[in-house]
Design a protein around this ligand. Structure first.
Ligand code: CDP
Ligand code: MG
Length: 731
């Protein structure tokens, strides 16, 4: 159970033991707080303040640039018409007074590092300034973003500001979704997409400006882009290169780009009070909810921004908040809850930017995306639990996991800063000052040093970059991780013994998915089941948001889900069945409702599948169906995922075959009860245990048949497996 378990909470939360009773004013009622004294509280409020959280003021982040005038301007501009207002807004951004000097600097230098406080207008304004100054006559402007929601949302905003239709002059390009046209001159895109554009256009000839935005995020793709754009800038003197970032690390970028000048946009920031809890919080999600309600009831108007780690947590928080505000009845002002995370449907994304109605308060529940990528005006209170979801990679085992990890001090300061953009603010940190000083690293480790590199190595190899050890990295990845990637690509047949790209590798690189998945697709040719495999690939690309499980209908939902698992076909085939059944109904929405399946996810799977069909054509793989031979489909899956094989242990857990590690079948899997002897899995997720998600049964001899260079007979037989032939005969 993810929520508070009272017994452990009491133990872990020293504050609960302090029995510090305090009087607080809420409206007219004077209430007592404390977990043991609920009876004394008014019925309505009792629920919320079971656990009053005690904050201690520790510091204020500077507000040197406190700007009364700007605040007044913002007020004034409220009365104008929508389009006029947008233009007024543009002029009130901190970057505006620097427009001409900035354009001059871009004219004078080929490479420019631009730093400026988040929200100063870098992402939305610079491409427009360049367009106005005529740069788009010579080619497109690319502006990269680490996150797809940011690329979409900013493109939408800029098209509004320019009064054009999204996808015409201003568009965006993210994986599996291209919203651009021949007219497009300003193109917001994920950094990963620009990386892929190198494959088709190695000198990016159709661009006049490349703006690598949010450079401080140091995502894997951004880091690789640094090396590539630095290289093409040398033989394309006409190309302008902008590296823009929030205030961190500007010197480092400048050094990397041969001492490129740094253009600083002076920030406009109001003072922010930073408060820490007096004692550690055992359950930060619960603490975040309590704090939100505390602010809502006790503090002056101003919106709240809560940083959470991901979609599941945000959805849980949304539920809890709705439930608890309902408990408060009509005595309190309206609280508008706005979630924002990577998979949030487009039509809901704009909600976070809508102005809060008079008398109400908005609470934005966001992932790290709101740290620097998106600026939401009107935030006065920030709640920072101090965690984010972060990838970590074990180069020895080649295993990658997403972990909920403490953020860095740099992140914590960015988060706090979000409270002071439109006026003085407060940041509530759900950790102690001592935690801040001792447990948080100064900076986040760049992704390149904590991730699986197989995908970028394949991309670089396709670009003809062979000497990876000498690639111009800003911070090089561990040599061990590079070797591991080369090893995997060799095992998958994408590289030969000399490390050169094979025909199969070239085909794999065409697909914008991880190498194991692209290998599975390419292998489907051999097993004559490309129709089925691309459906499975598309469904796997959606992540785990296909089935839903409403609290009050869990049994129905589980039954509906298990229907697709009849015969213990495994999760991959079940996904195929889901898609095909939906297709049979002519993609009916009603069918999705009846089966507890998310329509939105299915539509996305359909889009992705359509694109994969196009890519199959490009690599000349015929679309063939082999639905009656499930083993053929499973062999194609195994061809890509054989490094992810695991064998059942006596105690019901599994052991991965190549680098032995204990893992379990995820409870959501159709095979969670069946426990087949040998399985291949899609991915590992670490929650309370290391779980395999999306699991299919395999026959051990397939491993030797499909990957003889990877598995030997001795890997798939041992003392315990002597009985194997018998049990196999039985099954
Ligand atoms: O890139 P930087 O952080 O410097 O600022 P920006 O993203 O260009 O944001 C400038 C302004 O545009 C902020 O006031 C945002 O709130 C606003 N904006 C918006 O209203 N809607 C969006 N979808 C994106 C930005
Ligand atoms: Mg920005």
């Amino acid at each position: 159970q993810r929520y508070r378990d009272t017994t452990t909470t009491e133990k872990m939360n020293p504050f609960a033991e302090q029995e510090a009773w305090e009087d607080h004013q809420i409206g007219k009622a004077t209430l007592k707080f404390g977990s043991k004294n609920k009876k004394q509280t008014t019925q309505d409020y009792e629920y919320v303040f079971e656990d009053q959280i005690d904050f201690i003021k520790a510091s204020v982040i500077d507000g040197d640039d406190f700007d009364e005038q700007a605040a007044a301007n913002t007020e004034e501009s409220k009365a104008k018409s929508a389009l006029e207002k947008l233009q007024e807004d543009r002029k009130s951004l901190p970057i505006y007074p620097h427009r001409d000097p900035l354009l001059q600097a871009i004219n004078d230098y080929q490479v420019l590092v631009i730093v400026g406080e988040t929200g100063s207008g870098k992402t939305t304004q610079i491409p427009q300034y360049l367009h106005e100054a005529g740069y788009t006559k010579k080619g497109k402007i690319a502006c990269t973003q680490p996150r797809r929601v940011a690329a979409m949302s900013i493109a939408a905003r800029v098209s509004q500001e320019m009064g054009v239709k999204l996808g015409h002059e201003v568009g965006y390009s993210i994986r599996f979704e291209d919203c651009t046209s021949d007219k497009t001159v300003i193109k917001y895109m994920t950094d990963g997409m620009l990386l892929r554009e190198f494959l088709g256009e190695p000198d990016l000839a159709s661009y006049s400006v490349i703006m690598v935005d949010e450079a401080h995020e140091r995502t894997l793709s951004t880091d690789i882009l640094f090396g590539l754009v630095k290289d093409i800038a040398r033989f394309r003197p006409d190309l302008k290169l902008l590296i823009s970032s929030a205030t961190l690390d500007a010197e480092k970028f400048s050094d990397f780009f041969d001492s490129a000048p740094i253009f600083k946009i002076p920030g406009r920031r109001y003072p922010v009070d930073i408060l820490h809890t007096s004692a550690p919080e055992a359950d930060y999600l619960d603490a975040a909810i309590v704090t939100s309600l505390q602010i809502h009831i006790q503090h002056p108007p101003g919106d709240i921004l809560v940083f959470l780690t991901g979609q599941e947590e945000i959805e849980a928080a949304e539920e809890l908040l709705k439930h608890r505000t309902r408990g408060l009845g009509t005595k309190i002002a309206e609280l508008i809850i706005c979630p924002i995370y990577a998979n949030l449907p487009t039509e809901l994304q704009n909600k976070i930017f809508e102005p809060t109605p008079e008398g109400a308060r908005k609470v934005v529940l966001a992932t790290n995306i709101a740290e620097t990528s998106l600026t939401i005006d009107g935030i006065k209170y920030v709640i920072d639990p101090g965690f984010c979801k972060m990838k970590s990679y074990n180069a020895r085992t080649g295993m990658e996991t997403l972990l909920i990890t403490p953020i860095s001090k740099a992140s914590a300061m960015q988060r706090a800063g979000r409270a002071g953009r439109t006026g003085p603010g407060v940041c509530f940190r759900l950790y102690t000052l001592h935690n801040y000083h001792t447990d948080l690293e100064d900076n986040t480790v760049p992704e390149i040093q904590r991730t699986n590199l197989a995908n970028v190595v394949l991309t670089l190899k396709s670009l003809g970059i062979h000497d990876l050890l000498n690639f111009d990295f800003m911070d090089p990845p561990p040599a061990e991780a590079l070797l591991k990637a080369l090893e995997l690509l060799y095992a998958l047949g994408a590289l030969n013994k000399l490390g050169e790209l094979t025909k199969s590798g070239r085909r794999m690189a065409e697909f914008p998915v991880d190498p194991m998945l692209s290998k599975m697709i390419v292998a489907s040719d051999k097993y004559k089941c490309s129709e089925e495999i691309i459906t499975i690939a598309a469904m796997l690309s959606i992540g785990n948001s296909i089935f839903y499980r409403p609290k009050d209908k869990q049994v129905h939902a589980d039954n509906a889900r298990m229907n697709f698992h009849t015969g213990n076909v495994g999760d991959h085939i079940a996904l195929l069945k889901v898609y095909d059944s939906w297709k049979e109904t002519n993609f009916a929405t009603q069918w999705c409702y009846e089966n507890y399946i998310q329509v939105r996810s299915m539509k996305r799977a359909r889009d992705i599948r359509d694109q994969l069909v196009g890519l199959l054509e490009r690599v000349e793989i015929e679309l063939t169906s082999n639905l009656n031979d499930l083993d053929a489909i499973k062999k194609a899956i195994t061809s890509g995922f054989f490094p992810h094989s695991a064998r059942l242990q006596k105690n019901g857990s599994y052991r991965t075959v190549k680098h032995p590690q204990t893992v379990h079948i995820h409870p959501s899997s159709g095979l969670a009860q069946a426990l087949p002897r040998w399985v291949v899995y899609h991915e590992l997720v670490l929650t309370t245990k290391e779980y395999m998600r999306q699991v299919t049964e395999l026959k051990p001899d397939w491993l030797v048949e499909i990957a003889p260079h990877y598995y030997q007979m001795k890997d798939v037989e041992d003392a315990g497996s002597k009985k194997m032939p018998i049990s196999r005969r039985q099954s």
